[in-house]
Design a binder for this molecule. Structure first.
Ligand code: ZN
Ligand code: ZN
Length: 467
């Protein structure tokens, strides 16, 4: 029955498109549930969703049929990438496969951006604006423990953050949209990014470096979409945040300087360990007393080292930690507040300090009007009830560098399946996805890109570049 329902849906949609059947009361296309017709009821109808034209529904059906045929290939690509994970700034094989596939689809391809970054440009047959789609490609230094036919073949390296899925979804979107390029009003720029997890120590890389090396040069995107796997969301659903989606990530190194002395005569020296203890306690007051309790903030010290003998006071303590925020204004306040506390506490102990504070990744903030514009598209594809408002993540994403340049929407692709036992979190050795997330991911992103281009073309402004 599941096999035939979509065909029935296609036929009926074709009839709608031809005006044989009325488009209202409108059916709601639901890619995930396997049905193309889900009658809109009073409870399911969303007043915020604009009416969907028969042409759009017919296009959804064409895309859905193509994606259904493409799914075995998507699974094959994802499994190949999963078996051959590559660490940040080492994505040579992945980048080569991506570039080959994009060239085979007829896209203009640039390689070697920020080491192994790849850009594919799909120019539509009609004039319009430029939408970018970003996928990251790197894996993590984790030993995979889940026993699957597609388990990592590289000891100690694993796609534990699902970037194999992100890459596969973007390739799938490129394949579907390339088939309909003549109809596309504008350009789709695919950005395959290396080193999202952070380049190795002493190297540069990732989104920031891609931008420095011209990732947003002609054609310059007018907006950008990105997604991330989320095992806490069941496959078939999409999670979203209206504004902040992912936290900022900073790294700091504090060095407390004291004066070494015999432990029996502490008054003759300056105890860096006692000073460090006071610093640790006072730094937590930034969270509890200095920043609005409604604004999420994490300040964690993950390592502390000082001293070398039981009866000698330490003259130096080094502490490393991280700061995470969801508000750019809060983000900007943390380093000055830390310096204020460090200065006051160390002076009161007769000690001194150094603070090496590094801002690694800004907050990923979605463009609220863009989110509002795209939610009806996602709802149309995954079905009512499969679009879930999600709390922002305290993990960070260097997609934020792209989002700081143009309106952006970064959303979460459900990959979990409690029934199948697929629940492990990102960055764990038993992380996996339900591969049915692949067609869902392609369907949602392809529809979003097409809808965005069509709506931009329908409301042109002087900013639209001449082609
Ligand atoms: Zn990750
Ligand atoms: Zn990731």
């Amino acid at each position: 029955m599941r096999v035939y329902l979509p065909r029935l849906g296609l036929i009926l949609l074709g009839m709608v498109a031809l005006g044989v059947l009325p488009a209202r009361p409108s059916p709601t296309c639901c890619f995930w549930s396997g049905c193309f017709f889900r009658p809109v009821t009073a409870s399911s109808a969303m007043p915020s969703s604009p009416p969907v034209s028969a042409a759009v529904l017919a296009r959804d059906a064409r895309y859905a049929a193509d994606i259904r045929d493409l799914t075995p290939k998507l699974i094959e690509i994802r499994r190949d990438l999963h078996q051959h994970p590559e660490l940040s700034n080492r994505e040579e094989r992945t980048a080569r496969i991506v570039a080959e596939r994009l060239r085979a689809l007829g896209l203009e391809v640039q390689t070697g951006i920020a080491h192994h970054g790849v850009i594919g440009v799909l120019r539509g047959g009609k004039p319009g604006r430029v939408i970018a789609i970003r996928a990251d490609m790197d894996a993590l230094p984790i030993e995979e423990i889940r026993d699957t036919p597609y388990k990592s073949r590289h000891a100690g390296v694993m796609h534990a953050c699902g970037h194999d899925v992100h890459t596969t979804v973007a390739l799938g979107v490129a394949e579907v949209l390339a088939r309909y390029r003549a109809e596309l009003p504008g350009t789709v720029k695919f950005i395959f990014q290396p080193a999202e997890e952070g380049p190795p120590r002493g190297e540069r890389g990732g989104a920031k470096m891609m931008l420095e090396e011209g990732a947003f040069d002609a054609p310059t995107p007018d907006a950008i979409f990105g997604l991330h796997c989320m095992p806490t969301i069941e496959v078939g659903s999409i999670g979203y945040c209206e504004t902040a989606a992912m936290a900022s990530a900073d790294r700091f190194l504090i060095t407390i300087h004291g004066k070494k002395v015999h432990g029996a005569y502490p008054h003759e020296g300056i105890d860096a360990i006692v000073t460090a203890a006071a610093v640790i306690e006072q730094l937590q007051t930034i969270r509890s007393r200095r920043i609005d309790t409604q604004s999420p903030l994490v300040l964690s010290i993950g390592s502390i080292h000082g001293g070398n003998r039981f009866n000698i006071l330490a003259d130096e303590v080094r502490m490393e930690g991280t700061v995470r925020t969801l508000d750019p204004d809060v983000h900007a306040r943390i380093e000055p507040l830390m310096r204020q506390i460090l200065k006051g506490v160390t002076e009161s102990h007769g000690a001194s300090y150094e603070l090496d504070y590094e801002r690694i990744v800004p907050v990923t903030v979605n463009h609220a009007p863009l989110v509002a514009q795209m939610l009806p598209t996602i709802r149309r594809i995954v079905g009512e009830g499969h679009l879930v408002p999600t709390r922002p993540q305290m993990g960070a994403e260097d997609f934020s560098y792209f989002a700081n340049r143009v309106p952006a929407f970064f959303y979460f692709l459900g990959v979990g399946n409690k029934t199948k036992g697929i629940t492990a979190m990102l960055h764990t050795p038993d992380f996996d996805v339900d591969e049915q997330c692949l067609p869902v991911g392609v369907a949602v992103m392809a529809a979003m890109a097409t809808d965005w281009l069509e709506s931009a073309a329908a409301a042109p402004s002087p900013a639209v570049p001449a082609k």
